[in-house]
Ligand binder design. Sequence first.
Ligand SMILES: CC(C)(COP(=O)([O-])OP(=O)([O-])OC[C@H]1O[C@@H](n2cnc3c(N)ncnc32)[C@H](O)[C@@H]1OP(=O)([O-])[O-])[C@@H](O)C(=O)NCCC(=O)NCCSC(=O)C[C@@](C)(O)CC(=O)[O-]
Ligand SMILES: NC(=O)C1=CN([C@@H]2O[C@H](COP(=O)(O)OP(=O)(O)OC[C@H]3O[C@@H](n4cnc5c(N)ncnc54)[C@H](OP(=O)(O)O)[C@@H]3O)[C@@H](O)[C@H]2O)C=CC1
Length: 408
Amino acid sequence: MNVEELVDKVASGEVKLHQVERYTNGDKRLATEVRRRALEKKLGVSLENIGHYSIDPERVIGKNIENMIGVVQIPMGVAGPLKINGEYAKGEFYIPLATTEGALVASVNRGCSALTAAGGVKTTIIDDKMTRAPLLKCPDARRAREVAEWVKGNIEYLQEKAVSKVTRHGKLRDVKPYIVGNNLYLRFEFETGDAMGMNMVTISSEEIMKVIEEHFPDVRYLALSGNVCVDKKPNAMNFINGRGKTVIAEAVIPREIVEKKLKTTPELIAEVNYRKNLVGSAQAGSYGFNAHFGNIVGAIFLATGQDEAQITEGSHGITLAEVTPEGDLYVSVTMPSLEIGTVGGGTRVPTQREALSIMGVAGGGDPPGTNAKKFAEIIAGAVLAGELSLLAAIAAKHLAKAHAELGR
Ligand SMILES: CC(C)(COP(=O)([O-])OP(=O)([O-])OC[C@H]1O[C@@H](n2cnc3c(N)ncnc32)[C@H](O)[C@@H]1OP(=O)([O-])[O-])[C@@H](O)C(=O)NCCC(=O)NCCSC(=O)C[C@@](C)(O)CC(=O)[O-]
Ligand SMILES: NC(=O)C1=CN([C@@H]2O[C@H](COP(=O)(O)OP(=O)(O)OC[C@H]3O[C@@H](n4cnc5c(N)ncnc54)[C@H](OP(=O)(O)O)[C@@H]3O)[C@@H](O)[C@H]2O)C=CC1
């Protein structure tokens, strides 16, 4: 069948979208073009821009995407330099941000400028784990408790018998059981090196379930994810117990810098933060006791190939601002659930990998895990920059003007 015939057959539905590779001798670039052209024909639309890209379909189909028709492009800007005094990120960094929201990059850039002039951001990682919580249906709550106790006492055994079969970098380090009636949710905690880890921990958890079913034939493994993990949904669990990296970025900004660069005062920033981010968020029942973590996390996630659905949990967290006894401004962001990686998933897509390389965090670290931790510290620093600048703009009543000038 020639290409024109194939396009027609796909447009008519005779060949399904996911079957096209069968007719292109496995040529994925051609299959991508055929699907796009079939869609153009069927819908009477032009997808010319979606069809212009540098990413090789051979590298992403089958690992990152199915039914590929092309690529969507998001403008990418860069903010910085931002000085970070972290335990992993040390020095000045440029932060790639993919967004279509005018004024966002300018704002993060302004925050970077103020923070760097103030001596930089101090970052601290409090915890680091990826979780998966399978659901087991037990005869009753007492049996559920027995299973949970056995699992708690057999972490090393499960690592050896199940997890080590799946992954070299994934390590089962703990489990937190939750029991509801006869349901047992085993929230497994894993170290995942430089990977965000969801594939690693999901496949490992299934192996663990096999071992548990062998030991407890009266217990039925019902769902690999029991929603206590918690992945890709707003939730209190990750806010309180953490998931991915739990990281804090903080800085003290001298009053002169607040006045000169941010056009306001430490007192006004602290008051706006208290009344907006803390009281306002409490009134709204929000998990985001912050101004716009989601903006910065989202733009970095899109630029660097992170799982975009996990921007949800990345947007959780608390911003603090207070005036120091010396009259300067202390600011911090506490991010309980930053689920990120520098290997695996979308990080291997060439454009995204280049974006990671801007920060010196593409690929695995030496030792493993250090690159992802460095990346987490850089994100937290950038989030602090964004929070600081937006809070200042709101305090100075510059928000509407900024977006009128840069966003329309
Ligand atoms: C727009 C600014 C930065 C102007 O701020 P400014 O202080 O008037 O600007 P400036 O010209 O005096 O320059 C100060 C610094 O800003 C940066 N800067 C300034 N202009 C640019 C530019 N064009 N491109 C790149 N960087 C720029 C630059 O770093 C510069 O310092 P330097 O490096 O020169 O020493 C400021 O008004 C601002 O930050 N506004 C806030 C905008 C913002 O944060 N938007 C985020 C999205 S809002 C949203 O989506 C969430 C929301 C609001 O709904 C959440 C909520 O409910 O709170
Ligand atoms: N399965 C699911 O339920 C879900 C999957 N996802 C998706 O999962 C993907 C991410 O899964 P993830 O497990 O992070 O990625 P991968 O599945 O790509 O696993 C990471 C791979 O990198 C290897 N690796 C090499 N060097 C390192 C290093 N330094 N540190 C860690 N691993 C290293 C690992 O080897 P080895 O394993 O031998 O150590 C492993 O093969 C994303 O595409 C995401 O969208 C998201 C949510 C749910």
